[in-house]
Design a protein. Structure first.
Lengths: 377, 377
C-alpha cells in the first residue's frame, strides 16, 4: 500500500477487458464492436447499432426486424411514473426526474433482482424504449401538455421527436437525431458507464446500475458540456458582440470554453465531424444559420489559439437547438442514446464478473491515533 | 493499451489518496482517521464518529453538542416522499424504495446542484438524518402502521429504533445499534463508496452519488451478505437439524457460506469481534440464545474446516434479528450507517477532484471491421 502509485482519476489505468468499444485517441478512431463510427453514422440506425452493441455483431434482416419489433413493443411506461413526474416539485430538473423515474421503474419490473443474461436483455429493451419516452413525457408534463402516445409505426428516433413535439418530424430531423443517437451510444469506460459497471459488479440489478449512470452523466464534467456550449452561444447572441472576442475574453480570464478537448482524443473527436456536418445541413435546411456560423468561428479560433479540437459536445449544442430541443434536455437526450451502451456494459460485466473494489493510498493521520476522552480534548 | 495489465475488479489497484479510512488487512486493523475501530466501538457514538469522518478529528464537547443538534434538526422528510412510498407497488423492496426516495429528495433540496463544501456538508447532515427516517418510515408504511414522528430527545441510533418500533428502546438495544452503526460507517473504497466517488467525480450532486451508492450496496456481493446469513440460520431452524451438518453439506456441494472471509482482511475482520460480543450479550439479555449459539458453532466449524474467519456480516445477522429488525431491512440499515462514510468520501473526492475515467483493454473484433450492407449479411 504505502509504495503504491496513485493514478488520479484512474487515468490510463486499465480496469477490465471489454469487447464493446475501441478508441484510438491518437488516430481519432472510435468503433463499436470493431466497426468505425463513421460507417455507422452514415449507414446504420440506432436500432441496428443497439443490436450491434448488445449482440456483438450486425443483425441479419429478419433479426433486425425482430429486434425493432421488440424495442417498439417495449414502449410501455406505467402511468404511475407519469404521476410521479406530476408529484415532483415544479423546480425539479429533467435529470433528477429521469434518475428518480428509472429507479422507481424497477418496482414495476416482473423480475427486478434477476441478473441473468436473458433478464438483463429484456430489461435493456425496456429501459432503452422507456428512456426516450420518459424524457419526452417529462417535458410535456412540465409544460402542462398532454403526454403523447408512442407511434408503433415510427422508429426509435422519430418516435422520440413525435412524443416530444406532438408533431410528426420531417425526415431530415429524424435522420439527424438518429445519427446523434448512434454517435453517443457508447464510449468505453466513460464515468457513467464505469459507475454502472461498479454497481452491477456487486450483482445489484440493472435498474440500480442505470440509475447510478444517470447520476454520473448529470455531472457538468460528463454530460453537461453541450448544455454549457449552448448557454455560451445564447449569451453571445444576447450580448450581440463578436463570438471570437467573447471567447478570447473567456480564455484571457482563464475560463473554460466548453466543447473542446477530450481526455482520450489527441486529434479531432470523430463524432464531432458528423455533428458539424449535421449542424451545417440542418441550419441550411431551416434557414437559421446563426448558431452554426457562430460555432464555426469559435471552433476555428480555439483551434488556432489553443490547439484544441472541438469534441462531441460542441456541435451537438447547435444541432439540438435547431431540432427545437430545450437546453436542459441535452443531457437527458445523452441518456436516451447512452442507455444502449450502459446496458451493453452491464451485460458484459456480468458475463465475467468480479466485484470492482480498488484500494486507497492512505494519507490520513498515522495509525494508531489515540482516542482522547472528550473531557480531555 | 495493448500491453496493459488488467487487474480484474481493480483488486489491489490504488485509485486515489484518501485520509478517511485505514485498513491493514494482514494485521486485521480498521481505523477511521487513524483511530482504531475497537476504541470507537467501545467509547464513541455514531454522532461523534460521523463528526470524525466528516471533519477529520474528534470534536470538542461544544462541537459535538452543536453537531448532534444539527443532525437532530435535520430530521425532516417532506411528506411527499412518504406519499411516494405509498404509491409504489406493494412488492417493492426496501432498497428500491430507499434508492428512489433519496433520488427524489434532491428535488426538495434548496440547492441541489451545488457541490461546494458547505452545501455538501449541509446535505450530509440532511441525508444522514433522513436515511434512518426513510428506512423506519418505509417499514411502518408497508405494514399499514402510522409513521412515527422523530423524537428530538433521542440520539440517532435510539431515534431510529423508536421510529421503527414505535416504542422507546431499552438502553442495551440503543447501545448495540449505535455500535453497529459505528462499525459499518466506513470501509475505504468498498464498491458503494467507490461508486459514489465515481459519480461525484463528474461534479454531479450529492444525491446522485448517494443514490448510486445505494444501488451498489443493494447487490448481494456487497450489502446482502448478512441477510443471506440470517436466511441460512432461519433455514437451519426450520429444518431442525444440526447447524454443523447443514454447513458441511453446503461446503460439500461447493455452495457459498455467507458471512466468512473478506477480500481485504487476512485475519479476523475487526468488526466481527464486536458484533460477536454484542450478539452474545443481547441473546443473554433477551433469553433467546438460539441464533447466537447456532452462529458460534458454525463459525467454529468453518474456521477449522476452511480456515475462514467470520466477517462483519456474520454476527450482525443474529444481532439485528434479536433487535427485532426484519431480514430485508438489514441492507437498508447498512445504508443508515454507511451514509456517514459515503458523504465523507464525496466531500473528500471534491476536495481534490479529478474525473474518474479508467480505460478498457479491448478484446473485441479487430478494428476495422467492415460494415457489411444488410442485403449482404
Amino acid at each position: 500500500m504505502a509504495t503504491a502509485t496513485v493514478t488520479k482519476g484512474l487515468e490510463g489505468v486499465v480496469a477490465a477487458n471489454s469487447g464493446i468499444c475501441w478508441i484510438d485517441g491518437y488516430a481519432g478512431v472510435l468503433a463499436y464492436r470493431g466497426i468505425d463510427i463513421h460507417e455507422l453514422a452514415q449507414k446504420s440506425t440506432f436500432e441496428e447499432t443497439s443490436y450491434l452493441l448488445w449482440y456483438g455483431r450486425l443483425p441479419g434482416r429478419s433479426e433486425l426486424k425482430e429486434f425493432s419489433k421488440r424495442l417498439t413493443e417495449a414502449r410501455r411506461v406505467p402511468p404511475q411514473i407519469y404521476d410521479l413526474f406530476r408529484a415532483l416539485p415544479k423546480s425539479v430538473t429533467p435529470m433528477e426526474a429521469l434518475r428518480t423515474a428509472v429507479s422507481a421503474l424497477s418496482a414495476y419490473d416482473p423480475d427486478e433482482s434477476a441478473v441473468d443474461h436473458d433478464s438483463n436483455l429484456r430489461k435493456s429493451f425496456a429501459l432503452t424504449a422507456q428512456m426516450a419516452m420518459l424524457v419526452a413525457a417529462f417535458d410535456r408534463i412540465r409544460k402542462g401538455k398532454k403526454v403523447v402516445e408512442p407511434d408503433p409505426s415510427l422508429p426509435h428516433a422519430a418516435n422520440f421527436l413525435w412524443m416530444l413535439h406532438g408533431e410528426k418530424p420531417i425526415p431530415a430531423a429524424s435522420n439527424t437525431f438518429d445519427i446523434a443517437l448512434i454517435l453517443h451510444a457508447d464510449h468505453e469506460f466513460n464515468a457513467s458507464t464505469f459507475a454502472a459497471r461498479v454497481i452491477a459488479g456487486t450483482l445489484s440489478d440493472m435498474h440500480s446500475a442505470i440509475t447510478g449512470a444517470i447520476g454520473a452523466l448529470k455531472g457538468p464534467l460528463h454530460g453537461g458540456a453541450n448544455e454549457a456550449v449552448m448557454r455560451m452561444l445564447f449569451d453571445i447572441a444576447k450580448q450581440g458582440g463578436d463570438p471570437v472576442e467573447y471567447v478570447r475574453s473567456l480564455l484571457a480570464h482563464k475560463k473554460k470554453v466548453f466543447g473542446f478537448g477530450h481526455r482520450v482524443y489527441r486529434t479531432e473527436d470523430p463524432r464531432a465531424t458528423h455533428l458539424r456536418r449535421m449542424s451545417e445541413q440542418l441550419s441550411r435546411d431551416s434557414g437559421n444559420t446563426k448558431w452554426y456560423e457562430m460555432s464555426r468561428r469559435i471552433e476555428e479560433f480555439v483551434k488556432n489559439e489553443k490547439k484544441l479540437n472541438a469534441n462531441v459536445d460542441f456541435y451537438s449544442a447547435s444541432t439540438y437547438t435547431t431540432l427545437g430541443i430545450d437546453l436542459d434536455l441535452f443531457t437527458p437526450i445523452f441518456a436516451v442514446s447512452r442507455i444502449a451502451g450502459w446496458t451493453a456494459h452491464v451485460m458484459e460485466q456480468l458475463g465475467d464478473n468480479r466485484l470492482i473494489r480498488p484500494r486507497a493510498e492512505y494519507t490520513g493521520p498515522e495509525y494508531p491515533v489515540r482516542y482522547v476522552p472528550i473531557e480531555q480534548r
